[in-house]
Design a protein around this ligand. Structure first.
Ligand code: NAD
Length: 330
């Protein structure tokens, strides 16, 4: 890392914060990114590097302290009592091994990971009361999301009523298939409308519509992966949670696997890296989750990400390699 004085770092950080927060608003609030993800990631990683070197220069408005962005004023607000966080990420095998070392050091032994695909969509929350869907929302800024219940009800894979009278919250990903994305953009082009930059932005723009009929016409889909409250459920691991979600009628991605330590993870990453383009939905990486829920609890969260999960991000096409330090510790 090139030598830099605190004054220089302060100035560079101010510029990075302004730029990144502008990109974030375009991406999260307007669903129309100004730059490619790898451009954002490179500048974000530079910000993390400088903040790691000078921790007292971290400000509350730094993107390293924020999840998502402000919500659209058109929607009613929903408060997430348990915040919907972002996720830490690694970009190389070395960083993955470092992450695993920290987990093992903390837990005291090799752990089982539930390995899942990282679906390129937007996070949603569904609340059921006595088995009936009563509220659906977006992540928003992690604490305050947008109430999009009626829009979510138009998605065929979201059950309105469960076979059991459960009162709980589940979370997962709302996404648009590649096929539907192409169809929609073709239609928009014909109508002289601005096309969406990618399926993720198309999904976010389609879900955050004032008229649920517009959402219904966009054929969105979901993969649910988190049970937030387990009161009436006999679930001790993430793999059991996925099995339960499936039994309850949610759409669950079928590719999850449990593996001990890092053995198997590398093979999973390689396998899905190869078939990534053949899938009908976008993935931007693989997520490792400590499988045991009690261990997840004891590992806890930072202000922005859970410590018990990490995303291994696939390299974007023709992206320059990104070198950085991981600044959070367990
Ligand atoms: P993220 O999207 O990288 O990861 C967190 C999210 O992953 C969760 O909220 C959840 O929605 C999702 N996810 C998908 N599959 C999952 C699974 N199986 N289990 C759990 N979660 C799963 O984090 P983020 O903070 O929302 O966004 C950061 C990303 O957004 C970066 O990749 C960055 O490049 C991109 N971004 C781009 C721009 C731009 O201008 N291009 C701006 C801001 C952010």
């Amino acid at each position: 890392m090139a030598e830099i004085t605190k004054e220089q770092a302060n100035e560079e950080l101010a510029g990075l914060r302004t730029k990144l927060n502008e990109y974030r608003e375009a991406y999260y609030t307007k669903d129309a990114p100004e730059v490619e993800d790898n451009v954002y990631d490179q500048q974000y990683n530079r910000l993390l590097e400088l903040e790691g070197q000078f921790p007292d220069l971290v400000t509350p408005d730094s993107p390293s302290q924020l999840v998502g962005d402000v919500t659209l004023p058109d929607f009613n607000k929903v408060t997430h009592d348990i915040p919907m966080l972002s996720m830490g990420d690694v970009f190389s095998e070395e960083e993955l091994a470092e992450y695993n070392d920290r987990i093992e050091k903390n837990v005291g032994e090799e752990v089982d990971y539930n390995v899942e695909l990282k679906i390129d969509g937007l996070a949603i929350s569904l609340v059921y009361e006595n088995g009936v869907l009563v509220q659906g929302s977006t992540r928003g800024n992690g604490t305050i999301g947008e109430n999009v219940t009626e829009n979510l009800k138009t998605i065929s894979t979201i059950p309105h009523k469960l076979s059991r009278p459960l009162s709980f919250e589940v979370r997962g990903e709302c996404f648009m298939s590649k096929k539907e994305f192409l169809r929609l953009n073709e239609e928009r082009e014909k109508e002289g409308l601005q096309v969406f930059a990618n399926p993720r932005n198309a999904a976010a723009g389609s879900l955050r519509q004032l008229d649920p009929k517009v959402t219904a016409s966009r054929k969105l889909d979901t993969f649910m992966y988190t049970i937030v409250t387990f009161d009436d459920l006999n679930v001790a691991t993430q793999s059991e949670a996925l099995k339960t979600l499936k039994e309850l009628g949610f759409h669950v991605n079928p590719s999850a696997e449990v593996t001990k330590g890092l053995s198997g993870v590398k093979e999973y990453i390689e396998r899905y890296g190869k078939v990534r383009d053949d899938l009908d939905y976008g993935i931007d990486g693989v997520v490792l989750k400590v499988n045991d829920l009690a261990t997840q609890q004891s590992l806890g969260n930072t202000v922005k990400v859970p410590r018990w999960e990490i995303a291994y991000k696939f390299p974007p096409e023709q992206a320059e390699s990104v070198v950085r330090e991981i600044t959070w510790t367990i």
